[in-house]
Design a protein around this ligand. Structure first.
Ligand code: FRU
Length: 469
């Protein structure tokens, strides 16, 4: 039985909330963000019938993790996006506690969503259903209902189906927690998207030589680039190290080879996907010309998210920029997708000692910086990047207690590409060998000042604003 519709309340929330969000000086000028309320994971990223579609976890009714719907944007060029009708709302028994994350496929010409129906019970327990929905002629989605109940041997934490086609079959990876409270990824197979056969665990805590690796793995995604198959996932509960795994929960990847016939994934150690303060739940898709793209949530669950000042203006979080993935010697590299260059204004250039570089307005700016010395980049004194010979150290104050917090990328950084928006900084290191994505909340107009006597070569561009229409 369908429960009460959230639609009237969502409409009211958008009418009341959108002006406040869009007038907030921290609201992004060219990144995707919610028009009101809370956004988290990107979902259903796909190129379908000539357009890109990107869905997102959205609570229009407030900044808490509740009432999750699927919002929907589409774009022809990956730069200019438009709003589409809300795709999914939690209005059935099997998804009443939230239409949780999932993916999209082209099922014989029909745009089809695979998502998790989350159900929470009064005693604190929960279950989940993997569900389908398909696009109708109005651009909205009709729910087809659950196709997979909770598999045996797992708790109610089974979710986030990522589905793809390989040969004759559909394959799905699912994030799961087993009854010993270990995080796992399951591989499933289907001929028709309706009947699924569980092929078993392909990675997880205690598997394939990984050791203890967390109590729940969320948002798995699997794809092949050249000779390597990559499994992206978000392992919750892995042990913090001095300079790695410092966020409450990370986005990570394993690189290896997948044997479809035996459902075995041989892989090496975990790598951090992003070394900044905010990055989680990324999702990938293929473009028509064969590129692999990634977009992530520039947020982290369970951290200091509710302290972000935008909550006072009724909105919270944004996406990362769209990135192209490549594989270099089994390592995943990320670079801003080439289409974003359309946002660039006139190119400027500076060469000379760091401290003599003019101060730049960084509300919307892209920089390509080459240097081999010691430099400090201060983003309005709110986010500070120390560029040392063998590491980058990014510093920011805790929103909770004002203490300085640090994130690190270790290695010899020769070249940085930095993308700035009103409240975010994305730093791409050595053509994408590393990335540090972070939100920050400066007083505007935010400014970049550099110190150090190292010689720099800097190309930079002011970026045009580009709001969703
Ligand atoms: C990750 C996540 C997913 C879940 C969704 C709910 O951020 O917890 O596992 O499907 O968010 O919004």
């Amino acid at each position: 039985m369908a429960s009460h519709s959230l639609l009237p309340a969502v409409l009211q929330a958008v009418m009341k909330g959108q002006p406040k969000a869009l007038n907030d000086p921290h609201y992004p000028a060219w990144h995707l963000a919610p028009v009101t309320g809370l956004l988290n994971d990107p979902n259903g990223f796909i190129h379908f019938a000539g357009r890109y579609h990107l869905f997102y976890q959205w609570n229009a009714l407030g900044c808490q993790h509740k009432h999750k719907c699927w919002g929907h944007w589409s774009s022809e060029d990956l730069v200019h996006w438009q709003h589409e009708p809300i795709a999914l709302m939690p209005d059935e028994e099997y998804d009443r506690s939230g239409c949780y994350s999932g993916s999209a496929v082209d099922n014989n010409g029909v745009l089809t969503l695979c998502y998790t129906g989350n159900v929470k019970f009064d005693d604190g327990s929960r279950t989940s259903w993997q569900c389908l929905a398909e696009q109708n002629s109005d651009g909205g989605f009709d729910k087809l209902g659950p196709v997979l109940p909770l598999p045996h041997g797992y708790t109610g934490h089974v979710r986030d189906p990522k589905v793809w086609r390989h040969g004759e079959f559909w394959y799905m990876v699912l994030g799961a927690q087993d009854l010993q409270l270990q995080g796992k990824v399951l591989l499933l197979r289907s001929e028709n998207l309706w009947n699924w056969q569980n092929l078993g665990e392909i990675a997880g805590s205690g598997l394939n030589g990984l050791g203890e690796a967390g109590y729940m793995w969320e948002c798995p995604d699997m794809f092949t680039l050249g000779d390597n198959t990559f499994l992206i996932c978000c392992p919750q509960g892995i042990v913090r190290e001095e300079k790695r795994w410092l966020n409450t929960h990370p986005g990570a990847y394993l690189s290896g080879t997948l044997d479809y016939a035996n459902a075995r994934f041989q892989h090496g150690a975990f790598h951090e996907l992003d070394a900044g303060f905010e990055f989680y739940a990324p999702q990938t898709t293929q473009t028509e010309d064969g590129r692999c793209l990634l977009v992530g949530w520039m947020g982290v669950p369970d951290g200091e998210e509710m302290r972000q000042p935008t909550v006072a203006n009724g909105w919270l979080h944004q996406m990362t920029c769209l990135r192209e993935l490549t594989s270099r010697n089994g390592k995943l590299c990320q670079q801003p997708v080439a289409e974003l260059q359309a946002l660039r204004g006139e190119e400027r250039f500076y060469q000379g000692p760091a401290q003599q570089m003019p101060t730049l307005d960084i509300q919307r700016l892209e920089l390509m910086v080459e240097s081999s010395g010691e430099v400090t980049l201060s983003f309005s004194e709110t986010l500070i990047l120390e560029w040392h010979k063998d590491e980058l150290r990014l510093a920011r104050r805790s929103l909770e207690n004002g203490e300085w917090l640090y994130r690190y990328w270790q290695g010899d950084a020769q070249k940085l590409q930095i993308l700035c928006d009103h409240s975010s900084i994305e730093i791409f290191i050595n053509d994408g060998e590393g990335v540090m994505s972070s939100r920050y909340f400066p007083v505007h107009p935010a400014r970049l000042t550099l110190t150090g006597d190292a010689e720099l070569r800097v190309h930079y561009w002011s970026l045009h604003p580009c709001m969703v229409e």
